[in-house]
Design a protein around this ligand. Structure first.
Ligand code: 5GW
Ligand code: MN
Length: 356
């Protein structure tokens, strides 16, 4: 009796096999989609669901929080009555740190960011002849940028075949993103906002935690590490860090969306170095691009293109960290005493040769 039933069932063997196969396929599909999600992002989603269905579960959002803790470390005690730097501003009135050499302990910061397994994206544009800067840029970044952390270089270019194949350290990779090249250099510069916005949405949000967005005609000459990371950060322009606000080269025409009155503004930030979490960089680039387009419709273009719109953004969306000019220097400004290190410096360029 049992045997008979057993036989009958096994006559449907192909059917069962098919079901099994489909189940396996479904499982691997689910695993594959979840694998690429960042842990905290998917957890946040789960948490939201639990908040929505409080009655069906005992788990609280706070029970899912991860403990980030440090091992025993030995280092010099911070001294309440003895600030590490007396010659520079180390904190803004809205409590954002300004990063100068001597103000932070990189070992503590590295330990924290390693625990969080932070993945950093470094975006750079090499359009037209600017592909000539890529090799030096990447080679120097391999030596000095976020050493020991996970890094993805995103190189936006119109000349994909000009990007050299480079050997990178463990945990680091280079992704080339093909983009249109605009005829006007002003558009090459300004459209970076639109392209970073688009890729933040489509790609970066799934791949990295933080973005660092910089000029390519540059070279790392000293350490740039996780001390720069924060929700949203800007960098003091090397030409204006000691300047009074009314002399900043902000956009001063009230008709422009980038307009900043002469009695407003904290610092003059450089267009060639900003960043933050992917979410914050999305908000920043989205705002700047929208402002650029609005001005374009009115046949306006701010005085220093994307830099002007970035400065406008930071007047009303205060950065949570600010990098000192150590992080963006040009040797044409000499080497002042406050500058203990030059970490990222402009590569001298023959303007006629690279821009025509
Ligand atoms: C070309 C002519 C004039 C100005 C800029 C360009 C240009 C800029 C270009 O042809 N290709 C290109 O990729 N760029 C990107 O915009 C580079 O990433 C570059 O670092 C950035 C800003 O332009 P820079 O570096 O020439 O601007 P400055 O103010 O640093 O001299
Ligand atoms: Mn530049």
């Amino acid at each position: 009796m049992y045997l008979e039933r057993y036989d009958k069932r096994w006559r449907k063997k192909p059917f069962f096999l098919l079901i099994c196969l489909l189940l396996i396929l479904l499982c691997s599909l689910i695993w594959y989609t979840l694998k690429h999600k960042r842990w905290d992002a998917s957890m946040a989603f789960l948490c939201d669901m639990q908040v929505g269905r409080k009655n069906f579960t005992n788990t609280n959002q706070v029970d899912l929080l991860r403990d980030v803790f440090l091992q025993r470390m030995q280092y010099e005690q911070p001294q309440t009555m003895k600030p590490p730097r007396m010659d520079v501003l180390m904190i803004t009135p809205w409590f954002a740190p300004i990063v100068w050499n001597g103000t932070y302990n990189i070992d503590i910061l590295n330990a924290q960011f390693h625990q969080r397994n932070a993945h950093i994206g470094l975006t750079v544009f090499a359009v037209k002849k600017y592909t000539m800067f890529v090799q030096t840029f990447i080679d120097s970044a391999e030596q000095f940028f976020m050493v020991g952390h996970k890094v993805t270089y995103y190189v936006f270019t119109d000349r994909v075949s000009d990007i050299p194949a480079l050997t990178l350290r463990d945990g680091r990779k280079l992704v080339t993103l093909e983009v249109p090249s605009y005829q006007r250099w002003q558009d090459v510069s300004m459209r970076r906002m639109e392209m970073i916005r688009d890729q933040s949405r489509q790609k970066f949000i799934h791949e990295v935690d933080y973005l660092v967005c910089v000029d390519v005609d540059m070279k790392f000459t000293d350490d740039v590490g996780v001390e720069i990371l924060s929700d949203v950060f800007g960098t003091l322009h090397p030409g204006f860090y000691g300047t009074a606000r009314q002399h900043f080269t902000y956009e001063r025409r009230p008709e422009s969306t980038a307009y900043i009155p002469s009695d407003e503004g904290d610092f003059y930030y450089a267009g060639g170095y900003f960043g933050g979490t992917v979410e914050e960089v999305y908000k920043l680039t989205s705002y700047c691009h929208d402002a650029i387009i609005k001005d374009k419709e009115n046949h306006l273009e701010a005085r220093w293109q994307d830099e002007s719109y970035l400065n406008k953004y930071f007047v009303y969306h205060k950065p949570t960290k600010i990098l000192s000019p150590e992080y963006l220097w040009d040797n044409n400004y000499g080497v002042p005493g406050v500058l203990k290190r030059r970490r990222f410096v402009a590569v001298p360029k023959n303007h006629n040769a690279v821009r025509n």
